[in-house]
Design a protein around this ligand. Structure first.
Ligand code: IPE
Ligand code: MG
Length: 214
């Protein structure tokens, strides 16, 4: 989810407004998943590198996350969404951690769709952790590493979307993206509508995936 800052700047608004609009885009997107057959949606909300942002912006993002859980958890839980986190969310403040863990527990038995939020997540560190865990168990194989990734219980990554015109993965799901289709759009995250997801999926459906075969 990239482009919140640029969305705000274009409108001469504070960055926080871009993040707020970004949360609305998340809400609308999650609501639109029903009946689409999408099993899993993973959103990169906060990277390990994002700690380098000014303290007030980190505070705004944390506050928005807490507010989102408080305002939307009922709806999410009732829609059959299972909330899942990748990354180390324990780095956020105590109140945020409690809200996150409460939301995970409350939705644990939901099966409609799994909504994963990447929080304090970085893919290279994740791969190192997984490789170490595999080594501690014995053999370091692709299968053993995959089993120790934060995403071990998620379906394979099919489609990876990056918004706002950047052509980079920025340390997101690097291992998992090995065979994923990559989709880049200039749309800024706050403007990303269910319609844009539909377009991305349509594009994905038209691509032939060969997994190295021919
Ligand atoms: C993405 O928007 C939101 C988070 C990283 C939480 P940015 O804040 O990166 O927006 P730009 O890149 O400045 O437009
Ligand atoms: Mg950015």
């Amino acid at each position: 989810m990239d482009g919140n800052g640029r969305w705000a700047k274009k409108r001469l608004l504070p960055r926080a407004m871009g993040h707020k609009k970004g949360v609305e885009a998340v809400r609308n997107l999650v609501r639109s998943l029903r009946g689409t057959g999408i099993e899993a949606l993973t959103l990169y909300a906060f990277s390990t590198e994002n700690w380098g942002r000014p303290a007030d912006e980190i505070a705004d993002l944390t506050a928005l996350m807490k507010h989102f859980i408080r305002s939307d958890l009922d709806e999410i839980a009732e829609a059959g969404v299972r909330l899942n986190i990748i990354g180390d969310h324990s780095a956020f403040d105590e109140e945020a951690v409690a809200l996150i863990e409460g939301a995970i527990a409350r939705t644990a038995d939901n099966r409609e769709v799994v909504l994963t939020i990447a929080l304090n997540y970085g893919s290279q560190a994740e791969i190192v952790r997984a490789a170490r865990a595999a080594a501690a168990e014995g053999e370091v194989t692709e299968e053993a590493i995959a089993r120790h990734l934060d995403t071990a219980d998620l379906p394979p990554l099919d489609l990876l979307i990056r918004t706002s015109g950047e052509l980079r993965l920025s340390n997101f799901l690097l291992w998992q993206a090995a065979y994923a289709e990559l989709y880049f759009t200039d749309v800024l995250w706050p403007d990303f509508k269910p319609e844009h997801l539909r377009q991305a999926i349509e594009h994905f459906s038209g691509r032939e995936r060969r997994y190295g075969g021919r």
